[in-house]
Design a protein around this ligand. Sequence first.
Ligand code: SAM
Length: 315
Amino acid sequence: MGNEEISLNMSPAQLHCRETYKDLATIENTEEVNQLVNTLSSLGYKSDVWIGLFSVIDWRWSDGSSGSGSEYRKWENLADNEPDFASYNQFSELIENVDKKATWDRFYTESSSSTNTFKHFEWFFGFDAVRDFIMPLLQTKPHPDGLLQVLDMGCGTSALGPCIYRHSPLPVRVTCADISPIAVRLMQEHVQTKAIQPHNLSSRLEFVELDCTQLHEHYSCSSVDLIVDKGTTDALLRSKERKWKANQVLKQCLKVLRSSGSLLQFSDEDPDARLLWLETEAQEPGVMAADVGVQEVGELRGMTYCYQVTSRSIV
Ligand SMILES: C[S@@+](CC[C@H](N)C(=O)[O-])C[C@H]1O[C@@H](n2cnc3c(N)ncnc32)[C@H](O)[C@@H]1O
């Protein structure tokens, strides 16, 4: 952002900033929001400004940085359909409260009220992009006690859980769990009207309101075969409380996973950071030992990854 006032649409503004400076501004926290607002008012700007947040499927900062703040969705869309800086109060509220139930309740209320027909909201991508990571893990024989237990942790209104239920040849109980009762209600209402037919008629699908830092309230130890997490740990790691909740969720996952079970985290976090965190946490005293691996999922304005945490059976 420079001193001279030029009126441009977003793409030319981005090009201009890249040629003249570095890129459109990236804003990662309240301090930087305040800095931007102060700079604008001291320069006497009255008009709207572009910042470097844009979306095709996924939101990223224009300068390629993966810092926090890009998960914010409530940029106002005007008639020209270009993103707009709605209010810095709203922005700072979301990045600081991305782990809070009320924030997500508002998010799902607003995304559902903008349309009359239910539409799944998918973080990163939908089932087709990740089915080859998920479905091979559901080929082990079901236990004598019945169904393979699958948890979509922080399901939101994603179609991931219903798709696993629909496509699994082996009988599964898919539990779609979220801290937001609004997301859970929207999904329950949706499947009631849709009557999804499972591949295996013994399979079950359920939606529960659940805080995943407290998985032990819903599951007994070593009872879950597969946990999928698309963007939930990412959100918790970016919250104000940073790693506390994400650590707690990981510990709970390792507690409720069977010795043959796996946790899949779909994430855009760089392997250097995520693997170090997962490996360190999986070695904590009192936590079930686990092996950690990573595979690339695909490019969405930057790489996305599938991190697999597998309980290490004790010999
Ligand atoms: C980034 S969104 C991902 C939603 C969904 N998995 C998808 O792929 O679209 C994160 C989700 O985690 C949920 N969440 C946040 N904290 C949670 C918690 N402690 N327990 C359960 N769900 C949580 C939010 O309500 C939100 O739906």
